[in-house]
Design a protein around this ligand. Structure first.
Ligand code: GTP
Ligand code: SPV
Ligand code: MN
Length: 590
């Protein structure tokens, strides 16, 4: 008797007609073989899928160049499909599930002809965790197969674990013909199913990441009473050896990976890494909020990564402990066969190929590495990996941080008055857009909890769910907002950021442990400047004040925008959020 997994694989193969079906076992030897396939057999636009890099300096590293129209998540081609549009909400593109399946059946008919269908079985979360989910992804890309082995806990035993049940998340992925007109990332939350075609890149194709662990998982969490969030998880050790666990949400390319392995400039403080992108949050029996990272790898932004900004990531990338490591759409230093990107340490090399493989000259005015070029590397390579990373229970969270990229207005750090006010703080968040998705960069948009592109259902209900989660916790985390990106009159960032962000984290840890006071402002509690450790920094007095000021005049513009955004959710927006909005508006008038 065929199992549910086997039946489903067979059905998909009937539609897509691959030459071969290959069940991955998740072993290291297999990954090596798939790399070989990518170097010598599979092609993208007649080019190899993988190029070996200099293994003397970058152990186990390979370069991949994606199709030039396929370099970031495509939010406008991403849909959630419920029977009714309201369940999806104004924050999602919606399609009727029958219509969506008709469309994708047509596009998928025979799409794997001449190709291999890889069957990937993996866990999101530690296999022993009560919060983990078993997943199956089909793909016709060896790049995706190798990437998923780095990013998840892939193992043949997962198929055994699923056994005869149909309790697994299903992902179907094909690169199709890579044409943007025939590219769709379609979610069917009620069937625990994602159908993605036409892209081989990032969150569009590595379905364990944004598709399963956020869009589908957020819907599961809504129905089952937990949260799936776009968050870093870290432990912050203070000089007494006490570790405070913190989860921080920030939009794409706004500093999560950097925060996840921050190298502290304050003596005695140390950051331990548990995750850099996704957190699943459950209420524990002790009334605290517990976080696990469902992933096992980093898919991080390359540009800007250096020994100066993120030394621990540079060590991670050079560790070679868990192999391979992939670089996607970086430039290539031809002389030494090493990857290169803007912001890497040292001089700009003489002989570079750009991310598309063309000769590059600095005078061309274009970047050599794609701004959304990335590395894919195992968390087990990270020198700051927390001892609790494999703890099936997760870690108890004492503070939640919401961050964003705001060159104006938003202060360095603010603390919410309480949980409900904190949910509003998250809900009113905004950020300037980045290269992580294909849209105009640098435009301010509302991005509640950094989840606008990832919440798989109506965000009005999502806010309700956040409020309810707070009621389940007798010891809820305190909620904060941070902004590393405030600019001065010349447009330069005022705050040094990166390693110096520990100064702000220290204040947060001190607040959580009731060690320090704060000043009350209309938008929340803010630090007294004397309580921020600014030793060794040279920030002009005027700029410093900017980082902690509330300019009531400017805030009037902000709250109008917040209102316009919240209004979109109509009757689904909970009253509590409007209460908080009205209170803020009133405080600002006083
Ligand atoms: P995703 O992987 O897209 O979710 O991004 P992320 O949130 O993990 O962002 P990441 O840490 O990769 O940083 C994105 C960009 O922001 C990089 O170019 C970093 O160099 C830059 N960045 C990160 N932290 C800081 C900071 O504290 N200050 C400044 N100025 N830039 C930062
Ligand atoms: C993001 O865009 O938030 C990422 C990269 O982490 S992707 O996997 O493409 O979603
Ligand atoms: Mn992300």
């Amino acid at each position: 008797m065929a199992t549910a997994v086997e039946k489903w694989v067979e059905e998909q193969a009937k539609l897509t007609k691959p030459d071969k079906i290959y069940w991955c076992d998740g072993s290291a030897e297999e990954a090596e073989r798939l790399i070989e396939v990518g170097m010598h057999q599979e092609k993208i636009d007649n080019e190899p899928v993988f190029y070996p890099l200099n293994h003397n300096f970058w152990p186990g590293a390979y370069l991949h160049r994606s199709h030039s129209t396929d370099v970031a998540r495509t939010e406008h081609l991403t849909y959630v499909c419920y029977l009714d549009k309201e369940t999806a909400g104004p924050n999602n593109n919606w399609m009727d599930p029958h219509k969506a399946k008709e469309l994708l059946t047509r596009l998928s008919d025979g799409c794997m002809r001449g190709r291999t269908m890889y069957v990937l079985s993996y866990m999101m979360g530690h296999p022993q965790s009560p919060y983990a989910k078993a997943c199956i992804q089909l793909t016709d890309s060896c790049y995706v197969a190798v990437s998923m082995r780095i990013m998840t806990r892939m193992h043949k035993d997962v198929v055994k674990k699923i056994g005869n049940s149909d309790n697994f998340l299903k992902g179907f992925h094909s690169i199709g013909d890579l044409h943007p007109d025939r590219r769709f990332i379609m979610h069917f939350p009620n069937e625990h199913f994602v159908w993605s075609i036409g892209s081989g890149y990032g969150g569009n194709a590595l379905l364990g990441k944004k598709c399963f662990s956020l869009r589908i998982a957020s819907w599961l969490g809504f129905n089952e009473g937990w949260l799936a969030e776009h968050m870093v998880i870290v432990g912050i050790e203070d000089p007494s050896g006490n570790v405070t666990y913190v989860a921080a949400a920030m939009p794409s390319a706004c500093g999560k990976t950097n925060l996840a392995m921050l190298a502290s400039v304050l003596p005695g403080y140390k950051v331990w890494t548990l995750g850099d992108d996704i957190a699943w949050l459950n209420a524990g029996e002790d009334g605290r909020l517990y976080a696990i990272n469902p992933e096992a790898g980093f898919f991080g932004v390359a540009p800007g990564t250096s020994l100066k900004t993120n030394p621990n990531m540079m060590r991670t990338l050079k560790s070679g402990f868990f192999s391979p490591t992939l670089f996607t759409n970086t430039a290539l230093n031809k002389d030494v066969n090493e990857p290169w990107w803007e912001g890497l340490d040292g001089d700009v090399p003489k002989n570079l190929l750009d991310w598309e493989g063309n000769n590059w000259d600095i005078s061309c005015g274009k970047k050599a590495a794609h701004p959304n070029s990335r590395f894919t590397v195992s968390l087990y390579n990270c020198p700051t990996l927390s001892r609790d990373f494999d703890n099936p229970k997760g870690v108890p969270i004492s503070a939640i941080i919401f961050g964003g990229r705001r060159t104006h207005l938003i202060p360095l750090v603010t603390e919410a008055f309480n949980w409900q006010n904190g949910v509003f703080l998250g809900a009113r968040g905004g950020s300037e857009t980045t290269a992580a998705a294909t849209h105009k960069e640098g435009v301010l948009r509302r991005d509640p909890m950094a989840m606008l592109p990832f919440c798989g259902y109506n965000m009005g209900n999502y806010f309700k769910h956040w409020l309810n989660m707070g009621k389940k916790l007798s010891l809820p985390p305190k909620i904060f907002s941070v902004n590393w990106f405030r600019a001065d009159a010349e447009g330069k960032f005022i705050w040094p950021g990166f390693s110096d962000n520990i100064r702000v984290l220290k204040w947060i840890v001190d607040r959580v442990n009731n060690r320090v006071g704060a000043q009350k402002t209309p938008i929340g509690f803010m630090p007294h400047l004397k309580d921020l450790n600014l030793e060794g920094l040279n920030i002009p007095e005027n700029d410093l004040r900017k980082l902690t000021e509330v300019d009531v005049g400017e805030w009037h513009g902000e709250i109008k925008e917040i209102k316009d955004f919240l209004d979109k959710f109509g009757r689904n927006m909970p009253d509590e959020i409007w209460q908080e909005y009205n209170a803020l508006a009133a405080h600002l008038k006083e």
